[in-house]
Design a binder for this molecule. Sequence first.
Ligand SMILES: [Mg+2]
Length: 359
Amino acid sequence: MSRPNPTIQLLYITKLSVSRDFAIQSVEEEPGSGTEPKIKMRVSKDEPSAAARDFKVLIADDSRVYRRLVEDTLSEKQYTLLFAKSGREAIDLFSEHQPPLVITDWMMPDLSGIELCEHIRKQSRQPYTYLIILTGNTDKDKLVTGLAAGADDYLTKPFHCEELLARVGVGRRIVELHRQLEAKNLLLEELALTDPLTGLPNRRAIEDWATRQLSGAIRYGFSFWVVLADLDHFKAVNDTYGHDAGDAVLKKFSEILKANSRRSDICGRIGGEEFLFILTHTTQDNAGIVIERIRTELEATRFDFDGGSLTVTASFGLAGFEGSQLADYNRLVTQADVALYAAKRAGRNRIEVAATPVP
Ligand SMILES: [Mg+2]
């Protein structure tokens, strides 16, 4: 790489002394002053979008001149800049702001840029932090050490302003790709746990939640109720009125279930017309009242379709405990299923409670 002409940098210093077109949120530090501010955040005055402003760049360098050179190079772009004069300050600023991009000097009085890179690689909570080392050292071995410590890129001082800008741009692109990947992964995870028709949690999601919740119920002694609900004669709805009508019924029942769930409960669809509802921190009597409300709300709902109108009912089986025994989730579900079967046999549109609590 050819050495950039030092006069370019002198021009930038001159420009800095006359051009103060940006909102500066704290006073520039004076060398030698013991109480000088350590952080300076500045944002381009042409009101960048919130997303652009969210892109923070941390610059760690003990040289005031280089901090200002980097500042002037990047301030034309819409970045929020954070400045640290030492490795320790950089660590503090990093923990506080979690900037997705860090430009660090190699040699600093307390902590080297390498140590800073290693620290960030261990600490970073966000999807990815892009690390650029900016140093006067041109030794190839050092470059290898820097990259091995977790840096993504390496630039030597004195740097070429356009090159720094371009490399920061590359870093930003990579960070944004990581963010998109993470968002897609989250979406996939959510889809894998959601019933697409009703938007309720599916069987797997309820099982995950219920298993954790049940351990808590056993440990801390709170109550835990499993309700299995099944729409009565649902096949006839699909056969007589078509699948759109069937879907409308399923969605409506989901709404009723959801409207009757509290934060400490969960309800979901676990199969065709089968739903699971788990209530915690409530007595058996109160759980019974909630289920009765759900049963009567569904019973009172009239569904109008082109081919006519109908009402639908559901049967419910309840099992659980008041938080005093050991219990197993699958056994509770089996008990609720037995109770549900009893409700069906007894004429449907009713609630049955499992005969014996789990020992
Ligand atoms: Mg230095």
